[in-house]
Write a protein that binds this ligand. Sequence first.
Ligand SMILES: [Fe+2]
Ligand SMILES: [Fe+2]
Length: 465
Amino acid sequence: MNAIPNNIGLEAKAPLARQLGAYQQQFRRWWALRGPGEFLDQPMQLRQPTGQVQGNGWAEYRTMTPNQYCWGLFTAPTGQDTIAFGQHRGAPLWESVPAEYRVLLLEHIRVQGDVENAAIEQSRTLTGSVPSQLELNNLFQFYLEEGRHTWAMVHLLIEYFGHDGTVEAEALLERVSGDAHQPRLLDAFNLQTDDWLSHFMWCFLADRVGKYQIQAVTQCAFAPLARSAKFMMFEEPLHIGFGAAGLERILCRSAEATLRADSHDIFDAGAIPLPLFQKYLNFWVSRIFDLFGNDSSRRAHDLYQGGIRIARHFDDYQHMPVTLDVRAGAGVRQEEVAPEWAMNAIMRRQYMAEVAKLIERWNVQLARLETGIALYLPHERFNRVFGPCKGLLYDVDGSALGPDAAAQVGARLPTAAELARVQALMRRELRPERFASWIAPAGATLTALADAFIAEHSPKCGPRA
Ligand SMILES: [Fe+2]
Ligand SMILES: [Fe+2]
């Protein structure tokens, strides 16, 4: 057993340290079976927490192999000493689990733990098609930190939930992403992100949901969860950043190839067609919207009233009903719902506004590049398998489609043939300073590409006098 790095005073909690030590062995067996199967002895620059939480010193980069990384337990102070919202507002924070909130908290923590391990499983084969040394390093940073997030939840389960918590911690190692018999708890985490465009979309979109979900419990009345979440918030932006930069570099490469070929048919040039990039976005956005849960939700209401989970800027929504879709026969109608019940929808709409703004930034540059493509965020009704629009046919702009329009919806999504062509494009490239054909080198941006394009195509100065 290796010592577990921590800033939670584990040394003074011998029974807990013993239990976590036993769990460490089970976790390492899971990692060997379900985690990445190669590069575990390759030295990389990996970020590891220091245990300090003041300033920027919370983590440091070290050259180490993934096998040398040790998952640790870290928390950050919340600066809060009373319950911030809900029916217990102003009362002291909880350092143990109150009986009346035990079921709600246990469910919340086990789901959060489940998604972390699932994210490793669903992307484990990506080492086989890694486009550069940089991406290899980033992929392992992602794997190791998602694993650390599992540990953050395992700590809470084992320290605060007794036997039930230990059972749930073990179940995190038994469910398997995509497994027919023991799937992961949330549908989107049973999809495989087995090509790099999907993985970057995942980091850009799903890790951003993670940021929203984790942020929502940083003021939690159950103080140990708030402190763990506060620390996880340090780590999540890097994962989102991997996705954002990866997608932008794909767009750079695709835009360049489009201009050179004067066509969107650029697979043969080793690049991903821009219309297919949009289809991937349509697919992943529609699956990832589901991760916010039911638009109108009793659980979300109870979590709020209990002082456990709250959307950002929730005070701005007080006493303002939220208009939501509710199922009405073979369609939907609108209904006004009190904000405490619509917490999931509020969070998802905040998220949609954030993502739409980022897509707009790409569009400004794609327009300067004259690619003929403007990307968009599909409507919250499009292609949903969860919630009021489940199984109904809507277009990407939210307009209702007739019952025979399945092909029209299908045309907005990647086909099996297109997925296969993307897979075929993605060959491992690990030579120093080299990048696979379908992605621009590290640091490439659409703004720099558009600046260069305009400089090249702007009319030259007139003849000298
Ligand atoms: Fe995570
Ligand atoms: Fe993450």
